[in-house]
Design a protein around this ligand. Sequence first.
Ligand code: FES
Ligand SMILES: [Fe+2]
Length: 404
Amino acid sequence: MLHLASVANWLSNDRKGHTLPRGLYVSDEAFAFDTQVMLKSVWLYACTVAHVKNAGDYFVFELAGNSIIILRGRDNEVRAFWNSCRHRGAKICLDQSGRAPRLMCPYHQWTYGLDGKLLAARSMAEDFDKADHGLNPVALENVGGLIFICLSDNPPPIDRVKADIVDQIAVYDLEKLKVAVQDDYIEDANWKLVMENNRECYHCDVGHPELISVLGTTGFGRDAPADDYLETKRAEWQALGIDHDVIEFPDGWWHRVARLALANGAVTQSIDGKLACQKLIGPFKVPETSSLSVWTQPNSWHHFCCDHVVTFSLTPIGPEKTLLRTSWLVHEDAVEGVDYNPDHLAALWRATNVQDGHFSMVNHQGIANDGYVQGPYAVEENLVEDFKDFYVDRAKAALKAETI
Ligand code: FES
Ligand SMILES: [Fe+2]
């Protein structure tokens, strides 16, 4: 049941430069609105092309009762379909991911091709037309190997995001990578708090000793490397064709892209700063002391290193439960136990995720308190404000469209 009046009231109490009204973080009404209205009006990051590497590979993305199959066809195209059979609606793919030569509904065995077309349906009337009963498609965009989906029939534009991101991540050639590790971690906090926490490093000095020893806090505007160091690096990046200016949520768009120098001689985002996979990726022939980061509203961030890629997606699963899915990708020819150790590969962000999960949980618990009042963002929390402004803007637009 949607209580749009409460949501409208909370949205009208948004304060510039301040956290959101309590109801938007902790209420059942806001959770229903976010998952049934707001998040269906925007592009959501779901997975990478490496998650559906071969024909027949599928990956199921779920958002509060909605289930979407992302599927690689025999023509190598990646498509998305509603995970609901065109017979009597049963869920078709029950596992989170897998591989199948065709999709067969577990109920009465209607069978679909990898392009979503209905291939077989027993005992139907003579005038039944299989061509009218293919799986219903969901809008999907492949942005340089990152798969975004939109659950609306009228998805918003995505062209500027593609124009700004594709070239920068194309060099990492995600089609040639494989998923080495995937962690599904549930945080006890509202999804917007998990996002806010991701958008600042105000908490990093105390909260993430492992992370800042390899990543520093430069991506969030502090401790910038010395100019002469950066000059040298930029010359190297130009030679590799990977030198680009920072792009920071331009003109109300929903993406940020930055190449950041790593700290303390680290050559990748690993727990000790040492290579996490011996097979380098992209244009890199030798270890590189920088990484490329991409952040998108409202549910993802990604880091591209010389030896692996790590991607994060989050989806709300309750007013105070959020699924954070982290995937580590390595070269498709890399051999586990020889070129990489999964525990070493995942250790840095696994530790960081747990630390962030704790911060988001205590944030949520404090906001659930009657004594909560909307608090001011710090100067270096400008990206948190960017996220919050995006949320309020899209929520108001979605609310308006819903109530017309
Ligand atoms: S509901 Fe899928 S075959 Fe009947
Ligand atoms: Fe953090």
